[in-house]
Design a protein around this ligand. Sequence first.
Ligand SMILES: [Zn+2]
Length: 95
Amino acid sequence: MNEFRYFPLVSTDTSDNHKVPMFSSNDERQVAKNNKTYLEEFLPGKYRLHQQKDFFKTFSITCPHCFKEMQCISPADAYNINAIFICADCSIEQL
Ligand SMILES: [Zn+2]
């Protein structure tokens, strides 16, 4: 069974350009209730970004596993408001 994991995100400074994950949870309802922004890990090293507003705002995000900066491989658009991020290092075993 593939269990998704959720990572609430916090900004590291007031500019709001960089976010880091705080902890992981598999309770999406709880995470979504308490956090405006969070990641959903739908495959190892691959994340869907959830935001309550400002869907098209972009920022960099640190990988929850290796703490390197992740890549946005699919920015939010009018058809899909959830941008997709991958960690080049942590998603390699999936290929
Ligand atoms: Zn990583």
